[in-house]
Design a binder for this molecule. Structure first.
Ligand code: AMP
Length: 420
């Protein structure tokens, strides 16, 4: 196995890695770092959790340490673009940790925070600028930053940026970058549109692909319940012995606030993070969750994307996502760094189509017919059967014994594990 030492990283970085407890490079780091140290462009197909942040920040720090130059006013040498404020903050924190022994300045420019402070920061000079696209474009329009000295450019989580409608901002930003630069492009998925964008921005890139797979140590299950039953089920799960901390996903911001209110009302500590909360509120909620002061964080997908939180015992899909890939992202928040984790998804009768799409994507089958009939406490509406419409939905025959084995009932709510 390659070591960080063998990769040839500068001494202050090696020292910082020891401090951080990173003993060996992850596969993406081992694959990407040598090429990046040679100055090559990189196309990385990898998700949060793979160690991709260090894969792009370590070579960057190495190059800045090896070629020191005083930070110039308005002219960062490196630019890292991320889709969300949280991810930007996290990248900045990683840079500060890995670059602790280097005299480098990293600045964060994100929406929802005072722009004048950010202007001053850039005016004083930063080596590395970490930005969300919208705010960076605002600063460019105001003449508060110049990108013509950027040597190292990173686009992180590009699929998410495009989902969030940042394509025009990305084009406006890349148009101002110098031709001679090193570019890195990371995306968890690579549909044709993204491949085309990558091609237009990268020069002869090294391609590093980390196989997409549902994290192996996650105990996934689905509860077939009505909308009205969801809050009660969540409260019970949160009071369970196995539950140490949980990330709860809500489809809407309003829904997230409502869940928090209900949980707080039931005496459980919970906070929300979503786009309607101020940057300060989001940061405080995240900090409280990381420190254990708040055991439950209720989030919308956009706010939670890319956030690295260690030690989450449960991911609860209070609402199933519309986009099935989002399910994989969500449950990946638990079972980090070799730990085990539990994901429980609530599926109301209205959400059967979403569940089917998730089953198709992940190859998991959650069942939900016979045993649901047998164990569901809600007999008012009679048994709820899984929706079977649509070609190609091969639902394997599941015998009742397997179902019984797979089921768990929490106070009459059907609680099913995958049956494949
Ligand atoms: P990322 O995919 O960049 O969000 O990283 C996921 C997590 O892995 C972060 O908490 C990192 O601190 C951690 N990490 C990154 N590289 C290593 C490594 N080589 N050894 C151990 N942990 C790491």
């Amino acid at each position: 196995m390659t070591t960080f030492h063998e990769l040839g990283l500068a001494k202050p970085i090696l020292t910082a890695l020891i401090q951080e407890g990173h003993e060996n490079p992850t596969p993406i780091q081992a694959a990407a770092i040598p090429a990046l140290l040679k100055g090559q462009d990189l196309l990385g197909i990898a998700q949060t959790g793979s160690g991709k942040t260090a894969a792009f920040t370590l070579p960057l720090l190495h190059q800045l340490i090896e070629n020191p130059r005083k930070a110039r006013a308005f002219h960062p040498r490196a630019l890292i673009l991320t889709p969300t404020r949280e991810l930007a903050g996290q990248v900045r924190d990683r840079i500060c940790a890995y670059g602790a022994g280097a005299r480098l300045r990293a600045g964060l420019v994100i929406g929802g925070a005072p722009i004048n402070k950010q202007k001053n920061l850039i005016r004083r000079g930063v080596d590395i600028l970490i930005a969300t696209p919208g705010r960076l474009v605002d600063l460019m329009k105001q003449g508060a930053v110049s990108l013509d000295a950027v040597e190292y450019f990173v686009l992180d989580e590009v699929d998410q940026m495009l989902d969030m409608g940042f394509i025009h901002a990305i084009r406006a930003i890349t148009a101002k970058l110098p031709k001679a630069r090193q570019s890195l492009f990371f995306s968890a998925t690579m549909p044709r549109e993204i491949e085309r964008l990558a091609k237009s921005l990268l020069r002869d890139p090294v391609r590093v692909e980390m196989k997409r797979q549902a994290p192996p140590k996650i105990d996934q299950s689905v509860m077939f319940i009505t909308k009205q039953e969801k809050i009660g089920a969540l409260t019970k799960i949160a009071r369970g012995e196995a539950f140490t901390s949980g990330l709860v996903f809500s489809r809407t911001k309003h829904g997230a606030d409502k869940i928090v209110k209900n949980l707080n009302g039931a005496g459980l500590s919970a906070q929300a993070i979503h786009g309607n909360r101020s940057q300060g509120q989001r940061e405080r909620a995240l900090k409280a969750f990381k420190s254990g002061d708040t055991r439950i964080l209720v989030a919308t997908d956009i706010a939670a994307r890319g956030i690295d939180i260690q030690g989450v015992s449960h991911v609860i899909n209070f609402d199933l996502p519309n986009v099935p890939e989002t399910y994989v992202h969500r449950i990946g928040r638990t079972a980090r760094a070799g730990a085990t984790g539990t994901s429980i998804s609530f599926c109301s009768p209205e959400e059967r189509a979403e569940l089917r799409a998730i089953e198709r994507l992940t190859g998991e089958r959650f069942g939900g017919s016979k045993s649901e009939k047998a164990t569901s406490g809600n007999s008012r509406k009679g048994p709820r059967r899984p929706h079977r419409k649509g070609k190609g939905t091969k639902r394997p025959k599941v015998d009742a014994a397997v179902h019984r084995e797979a089921d768990k009932t929490i106070n009459n709510l059907t609680f099913m594990r995958p049956v494949t």
